[in-house]
Write a protein that binds this ligand. Structure first.
Ligand code: DGT
Ligand code: CA
Ligand code: CA
Ligand code: ZN
Length: 566
């Protein structure tokens, strides 16, 4: 059995990126789409690579610009650097604005619909004037798309099938995207004199893969000035509500942020309440009711002697409210880590003293999926080795895409052999502490696992994954796991959050086969994947072993590890 995550080593999970990196990356990606529509060659790919590298930078792109080092970002040449500088200096990227003026459509949203690419989006605009997801939905429902030449019923049905998924992307932001935004706000409030404690709560604190909004809890001796700071800082795009203890604003990425100011003496009860989940709260509240107590955001109260327990929020004798530990303790529970507060038996486990010890970032020793410029990664093997070394990893497994992966560049026999030599050289030179292992991300297709026989011997470990649209995914996965010496099954459900539904798999069958064949299951830390999902991870934790891998395509994406850990 593989057990790749051990306890007991410190490594730092650098989480702090900056909001502007994402804004720049979003524009570069849209430029890529616009250029693709114009059938410009190579450039779209260059813009996408640059976008990925800017987005995953471990520092603020403004700082890089201030040092005059934009062109040192991988994939950013003179021309892209100029565009980034333009945006950072003026707040607008004029090249992007020009392209957008020519084709005024929400290309990012429309192309999020599975099967709709930039060129289709343009055609839909030219022929039907579609500029947004709502337009697209309306046209599909009215049957207008089926009537277009080159489209037909099937394309229209495909759009209808996938539009909800794309629309969900407007409502729920990827955790990986929300983290830098929330951390910036948290830092801003924490550093302001107006606030005492500040905590980001809600689904964010529970580290759900996506968040509907950001909930912030704070204490303030002068709530009025605290609200002033919260409602008027630089990143506030709109104030939705402003009250004495409760305000809501909209910030970058159209993200809503709610703030509540509560009393220091009731902070613990408020933390429990606003961290949620709602179902976890209900289970806690029922536990209180069983004891003739009452639990709400103000505290835990003994109401057995109260004349009218429903009368007011703070009735009865206060049992706990100052810290979270106090509240859980009073309910005869050990403190429950936020990630577990999803009402999936964690309260029973806490009552029985059987909460699991959670894996955390300090447990991570290695990373078993990452890409280099031998396939679709941005950096060389050497650069990835250095980046892994800097992060204190003991080992990494290089896994470029094997033949038949649906991407522009994949390994062939020559480049694979060459990569083996390069990896051996780096290990032999011994100037990095990290051990570089060589693997491959082999493609599972209709005909099996697409790598030459010799590679099994030459690889330290074989990772297998599916990137296409298989007709019978369960059968193909099970067959591949049984027939080939696979070590790790990558991103099993192949979901792309807000873009592509998970494969329709018989997960029991896949997991049982993986267990029988001693194949470890990957928890992929890419913000869009987070695959295997947390519900299944829990479900199959006694069946299979897991590895947490970043699937990094740039050096800084090695920092995604903490998302996989969450
Ligand atoms: P989200 O924003 O959709 O990603 O999910 P949450 O969990 O952050 O939900 P949100 O923002 O509506 O509320 C934050 C927390 O406040 C939630 O996790 C639990 C608590 N809460 C909100 N509404 C209720 C409620 O009606 N009953 C109880 N017991 N708790 C609630
Ligand atoms: Ca929330
Ligand atoms: Ca909320
Ligand atoms: Zn993959």
């Amino acid at each position: 059995m593989w057990l790749i995550v051990y306890r007991g080593r410190t490594s730092s999970a650098r989480e702090c990126i900056h909001v502007k990196n994402q804004d720049v990356a979003a524009r570069l990606r849209e430029i890529a789409d616009f250029l693709e529509i114009q059938e410009v060659e190579y450039k779209p790919r260059a813009y996408r690579t640059a976008a990925r590298n800017v987005e995953s930078l471990s520092e603020a792109v403004e700082d890089v610009h201030e040092r005059g080092e934009l062109e040192e970002i991988e994939g950013v040449g003179e021309s892209i650097a100029e565009k980034i500088a333009d945006y950072l200096e003026t707040g607008e990227m004029s090249y992007y604005e020009e392209l957008k003026a020519d084709l005024p459509i929400d290309i990012e949203a429309i192309t999020r619909v599975e099967g709709v690419g930039p060129k289709t989006a343009k055609e839909l605009y030219t022929k039907l004037g579609i500029t947004s997801l709502d337009d697209l939905e309306g046209a599909a429902e009215a049957g207008e798309i089926a009537e277009l030449g080159g489209f037909g019923e099937k394309s229209q049905q495909n759009i209808l099938d996938h539009i909800e998924q794309a629309k969900a992307g407007e409502e729920r932001m990827l955790l990986g995207r929300a983290i830098p935004i929330a951390q910036d706000i948290e830092a801003l409030l924490t550093e302001s004199d107006a606030f005492g404690r500040v905590d980001v709560v809600g689904s964010f604190r529970r580290r759900r893969p996506t968040v509907g909004d950001i909930d912030v809890l704070g204490t303030a001796s002068d709530p009025e000035s605290a609200m002033e700071v919260f409602c008027t800082h630089d990143d506030v795009h709109e104030v939705l509500a402003r009250g004495e203890t409760k305000s809501s604003v909209v910030v970058s990425g159209d993200l809503q942020v709610d703030l509540r100011i509560v009393d220091q003496s009731e902070y613990g009860a408020a933390l429990v309440y606003f961290t949620g989940s709602k179902d976890h709260n209900i289970t806690l509240r029922n536990r209180a009711i069983d004891r003739e107590w009452k639990l709400n955001e103000y505290g835990l109260f003994d109401v057995s002697e109260a004349d009218n327990p429903q009368n007011g929020q703070r009735v009865g004798e206060r049992l706990a409210s100052e810290t979270e530990e106090d509240v859980y303790d009073a309910l005869d529970l050990s403190w429950i880590p936020p990630e577990l507060r999803e009402d999936t038996s964690e309260v029973d486990a806490a009552a029985a003293g059987e909460l699991p010890e959670l894996v955390d970032s300090t447990d991570i020793r290695g990373d078993l999926q990452l890409h280099t410029d031998y396939s679709d990664g941005s950096h060389t093997v050497r650069e990835m080795a250095d980046a892994a070394d800097e992060r204190g990893l003991e080992y990494v497994l290089i896994t470029d895409h094997g033949p038949h992966a649906p991407i522009p560049r994949t390994l062939d026999s020559e480049t694979f052999d060459n990569q083996r030599v390069v990896v051996d050289e780096i290990n032999d030179e011994g100037d990095v502490d990290v051990t570089i292992l060589l693997g491959v991300e082999a493609e599972i297709t209709d005909s099996g696992l697409e790598i030459p026989e010799e590679w099994y011997e030459a690889c330290d470990l074989v990772v297998a994954g599916m990137h296409g649209l298989p007709s019978n995914p369960t059968e193909q996965l099970v067959h591949a796991l049984e027939k080939y010496p696979i070590d790790i099954l990558a991103h099993p459900s192949a979901r792309l959050i807000n873009e592509r539904e998970p494969l329709d798999l018989d997960m029991d069958a896949v997991m049982q086969t993986a267990a029988d064949e001693h194949v470890a299951i990957e928890i992929n830390a890419q913000p869009k994947r987070l695959d295997l999902n947390w519900q299944s991870i829990k479900q199959y934790r006694h069946t299979v072993s897991y590895v947490i891998s970043t699937d990094a395509h740039t050096a800084d994406e090695l920092d995604f590890m903490h998302l996989g850990v969450s």
